[in-house]
Structures are given as C-alpha cells and as structure tokens.
Design a protein around this ligand. Structure first.
Ligand SMILES: [Fe+2]
Length: 173
C-alpha cells in the first residue's frame, strides 16, 4: 500500500527550537526502543505537524498538542501491545514539568497529562485540545499499514484529513 508521507519537520510548532532540541535530547536518552522506529521521532514529528494544522482549524491549544506529540509514546517498552505506556508517559510528563523541562501552566499540564494517559484507550473523549491530540496520533496509523478511519476521529478537520488520505491512497492503487 502506498501511503503519503508527511515530512517530519522540527521547525514547525510553537515550542522554541532550542527548547525542543533540549527536550528531544532528554527523550532520546531514556527511550527504550528504536528512536527512529515506528513509535519514535518520525512518528512524533508527523503527529506534531498534523496537530499544528488541526489546532489552527479547531482552536485547540497548540502548545499542549505539540508536547503531546513528542511525549505520548516516550515511555513505550515495546512496539506492540503496551497498555500501560500512556500512564507511564503521563507520570513522566509531571516529572519533566517538576524539573522545569516542560513550559506549560498547571492547567495546561493537566490537559497534557490527561491526553497522554488516555490516548491509547478507545471511547474516551474530552475537550477540543484532548480531541486534537488523539486525532493527530490516530491520523498517523498509516505508518503500520492501516488507514485512519474517519469514524474513529473526533474533529471535523480530522475526519476530513482521514478522508483525504483515503482518497490519495485509492488514487495510487
Ligand atoms: Fe503515537
């Protein structure tokens, strides 16, 4: 199956570059899997890119969404079934915040931790920032050979992106 790539680009987003590079250095140093594998940096960058676009279209908090992109899979212990990885990553977000690595307000930190903790559970929803976090991640399911399903996305722009991806893939088949 041909799947249209979104180029990873760390220059996008609202977190300053230097700050992001510092954060990514910390994430890489503790990451248990291939940093460039299916749950690593290229995935995080595509989630960030889609998250930025969806935030612009929906009014979600772009900073929370961007932190979500880089942190939600940071505590995976395998690339397969790892149901606790969201919970581990949300605790990690709090410890990074306590160390001054995450630049958010306490309310934004709660939004981030909530989205990270619940992102791998189905049928859980929340405010628009939560929904954009989840949609941005689900839109990247193509990297493992599946098509993002509009029914599994929360936001209208997310559903539209999924339909566009489906149409692009159909064009190449
Ligand atoms: Fe992910």
């Amino acid at each position: 199956m041909h799947y249209p790539e979104v180029a990873g680009n760390r220059k996008i987003g609202v977190i300053p570059m230097l700050h992001k590079d510092y954060l990514l250095g910390i994430l890489q140093s503790q990451f248990k899997l291939d940093f460039y594998g299916i749950h690593g940096l290229p995935h995080w960058e595509r989630v960030a890119e889609r998250g930025e676009a969806l935030s612009r279209l929906t009014g979600a908090n772009p900073k929370v969404v961007e932190y979500f992109a880089y942190l939600h899979d940071s505590k995976r212990q395998n690339d397969d079934h790892d149901p606790e990885h969201g919970l581990r990553a949300s605790r990690y977000c709090r410890s990074l915040y306590d160390d001054g690595v995450i630049d958010l307000t306490p309310t934004e930190l709660d939004q981030l931790c909530n989205a990270v903790r619940l992102h791998n559970l189905r049928h859980v929803t929340g405010d628009i920032t939560f929904q954009v976090c989840i949609d941005s991640d689900r839109l990247d399911i193509g990297r493992v050979g599946k098509m993002p399903s509009p029914e599994r996305l929360f936001t209208m722009p997310g559903k539209a992106m999924a339909m566009r991806l489906q149409a692009e893939v159909a064009l190449h088949e």
